[in-house]
Ligand binder design. Structure first.
Ligand code: NAD
Ligand code: UGA
Length: 436
């Protein structure tokens, strides 16, 4: 089938490359010329394991190409996927201006007699498909025919290719038989994973899923605090809870709070939608406010341990909001670094992929040092904060960083290190949710 992708960020480029790999003919359009020029050379604009190889393979097979001419993309596609950003506005609601602009441009540039299916892949509030339909009515003077389908994306960064090609479900919220059948054909590889719904239910499924997962995380973080105070171990509690199939073990890893470009914004946007309809959103308000405060925990432990933080050398491993990505949007590291800088700390930061992005927010200075390796970061450090659980950190022998540090204080925000070994090696070790 002929697929058009509008917006080649995380979701757009992964969807485009995977659709091409499934055998479809894909054309990608973006307003960002720099991204397009990288993709044309087979280079990825984002750090995502496996993406560059799959991109190069499908460029060579001539199944995917890139354009900055919208009419070219429209002409070459039957199904148009809207994959643009929906960032938060100051009141927490979703900014839909990129989505509106993309659909308006499609409407203005689609010729008479054409039939196009426009697919909402971006995460949007319930009812957005109706607004977009109206935009095509207003701006398409040639009276081309459009159908709208809601087909939200559930991939996780760092596992994006695997998630796209091994989905738990493909939700298709279609209004017409013609559009529904076209989407079923497009996803025929995953026939048994397809759930057909109405468009409004499909829009709600996306926000409800992300909000539910965020709720699981805040819940286990609350339980972790109780474990710490009572001598219990949150990892065992999560294991015990997770053995119940109705609960499940996934997303019960206690930590320093969820970050990323989606959970924080989607929880806030879902609260906003609830409030618009006069629904009590206090469950989600608690999830959100608990998460917003969560990063303070690390700083409190650090202050309890070192007392005065001014001019202390603190190492930090991990800046990305999760491992296997260079994405720092809403990463807990940002708030931690800002608060430590306000306290006068000298920081030694390391991340395998996100340092370039982080330097745009916190340029190198006499207070902010970027290390070339994890071991360089801990050289003479008075404490180490483990913020993102990259696998490579776990491989570093404990004795190696014990020797390098000035004081063996480790605050582990992700329960990455083996607690018993850390204590045996004389670290002052502070994991999450493990009482003494
Ligand atoms: P992103 O910011 O990485 O990418 C958006 C892209 O759209 C950019 O390349 C931008 O240049 C382009 N763009 C903006 N306006 C445009 C226009 N008018 N025409 C063409 N291109 C335009 O965003 P993302 O992280 O890929 O997220 C996209 C959507 O998917 C959001 O709604 C997000 O909530 C949702 N989502 C994201 C993820 C994820 O892991 N990042 C997963 C599932 C769903
Ligand atoms: C999340 C969802 O998992 C995807 O299904 C969804 O498509 C995506 O949002 C989206 O809508 O954009 P993502 O944000 O890429 O994916 O990454 P996750 O693995 O979900 O992690 C999000 C945050 O939660 C990270 O900061 C992570 O450290 C934290 N987390 C996750 C925990 O603290 N504990 C856990 O058990 C799991």
């Amino acid at each position: 089938m002929k697929v058009g992708i509008i917006g080649t960020g995380y979701v757009g480029i992964v969807s485009g490359v995977c659709f091409a790999d499934m055998g479809h003919q894909v054309v990608c359009f973006d307003v960002d010329q720099y991204k397009l020029s990288l993709y044309r050379q087979g280079k990825s604009a984002i750090y995502e394991p496996g993406l560059e190889e799959l991109l190069a393979k499908n460029i060579a097979a001539k199944r995917i190409h890139f354009t900055d001419v919208i009419t070219e993309m429209i002409k070459e596609s039957d199904v148009l996927f809207i994959c643009v950003g929906t960032p938060p506005l100051p009141d927490g609601s979703a900014d839909l201006s990129q989505v509106e602009a993309a659909v308006r441009e499609i409407a203005e540039n689609t010729p008479a007699g054409a039939y196009k299916v426009i697919v909402e892949k971006s995460t949007v509030p319930v009812g957005t498909h109706k607004r977009l339909k109206n935009i095509t009515r207003l701006y398409n003077k040639s009276q081309a025919k459009f159908d709208f389908v809601v087909n939200s994306e559930f991939l996780k960064e760092g596992d994006a290719i695997h998630d796209f090609l091994h989905p738990d479900r493909i939700v298709i919220g279609a209004e017409t038989e013609e559009a529904k059948n076209l989407m079923i054909e497009l996803y025929s590889t995953f026939k048994d994973k397809i759930l057909i719904t109405d468009p409004s239910s499909a829009e709600i499924i996306k926000y409800a899923s992300n909000s539910f997962l965020a709720t699981k995380i805040s819940f286990i973080n609350m339980v972790a605090d109780l474990c710490e105070k009572t001598g219990a171990d949150v990892s065992l509690v999560a294991e015990g809870m997770g053995l119940d199939k109705r609960i499940g073990r996934a997303f019960l890893n206690a930590g320093i709070g969820y970050g990323g470009s989606c959970f924080p914004k989607d929880v806030k946007a879902f609260i906003h939608v609830m409030e618009q309809y006069g629904i009590d959103a206090s469950i989600l308000q608690s999830v959100d406010s608990f998460n917003t405060q969560r990063f303070h925990r690390m700083i409190k432990i650090l202050k309890d341990e070192l007392w005065i933080l001014k001019n202390k050398h603190i190492a930090m491993w991990g800046l990305a909001f999760k491992p296997n990505t260079d994405d720092i949007r809403e990463a807990p590291s940002i708030k931690i670094v800002q608060e430590l800088l306000d306290a006068g700390v000298i920081l030694h930061l390391y991340d395998p992929a996100a340092m370039e992005n982080f330097q745009k927010l916190f340029p190198p200075s006499d207070r902010v040092h970027y290390a070339l390796s994890p071991l360089e970061a801990v050289e003479n450090a008075e404490a180490l904060l483990l913020v993102t659980e990259w696998a490579e950190f776990k491989k570093i022998p404990i004795t190696k960083f014990y020797e390098k540090m000035k004081l063996p204080v480790v605050i582990d925000g992700r329960n990455l290190f083996p607690a018993e070994d850390m204590i045996k090696h004389n670290f002052r070790y502070f994991p999450i949710g493990k009482g003494k």
